[in-house]
Design a protein around this ligand. Structure first.
Ligand code: PRP
Length: 188
């Protein structure tokens, strides 16, 4: 029999409980519904893999407007503050005509802002009708480029957060809450 570690013991503090997260997701969904009613047309929720997958699953169930879903995987390069970085697409949006789609990019967290600041113009360049962004968590103190999402759940301090899709070394994504990872886990 294999004994697995209890990953909950690697968290020093629960930052947001399942109930608190649900309330944030419900609020974001209501704001999206309100805006989309004014805007009209087709709504596409675009999940950026992998961290956003849990948020995406909950958000799409709470949005009352009919939604289409799709997925991309991207990573941003260029860590220095004077570089705007490049966007590397490892899984592209596999659709031809975006001209009647109102896209909302769904992100778990905004850190430097590089991913979204590159992705929005990329999708507009492919002809999307409009592109907005949505992030459950936002770390404004880590910003390297000037970018603000259209819908944000909550701003958080610069702590190492895991759970609800967020990982460290591919672990902790399945924790149902968002917690601060103990320093000894990532500093050893
Ligand atoms: C995280 C997060 C965003 C991006 C935000 O993804 O999900 O996509 O980083 O960072 P930025 O604002 O500095 O661009 P990550 O590259 O960790 O991949 P993952 O979602 O697969 O864990």
């Amino acid at each position: 029999m294999t004994t697995y570690p209890d990953l909950r013991t690697h968290v020093s503090e629960v930052l947001f409980t399942e109930e608190e997260i649900e309330k944030m997701v419900t609020d974001i969904a209501a704001r999206i519904d309100e805006d989309q009613q004014k805007l009209g047309g087709r709504l596409l929720l675009l999940c950026i893999l992998k961290g956003s997958v849990v948020f995406m699953g909950d958000l799409m169930k709470k949005i009352k407007t009919p939604v289409e879903i799709d997925f991309m995987k991207v990573s941003s390069y260029g860590a220095s503050s004077y570089s705007s970085g490049e966007l590397k697409i490892t899984l592209d949006l596999n659709r031809e005509d975006l001209s009647d789609l109102h896209i909302i990019i769904v992100e778990d967290i905004i850190d430097s802002g590089k991913t979204l600041s590159k992705l929005v113009p990329y999708l507009l360049g492919r002809g999307a009708a409009s592109v907005r962004s949505c992030a459950l968590l936002d770390k404004p103190s880590r910003r390297k480029v000037d970018y603000n999402a259209d819908y944000v759940g909550v701003e958080i301090p610069d702590e190492f957060v895991v759970g609800y899709g967020l990982d460290y070394d591919e672990r902790y994504r399945a924790l149902p809450y968002i917690g601060i990872l103990k320093r000894e886990i990532y500093e050893k």
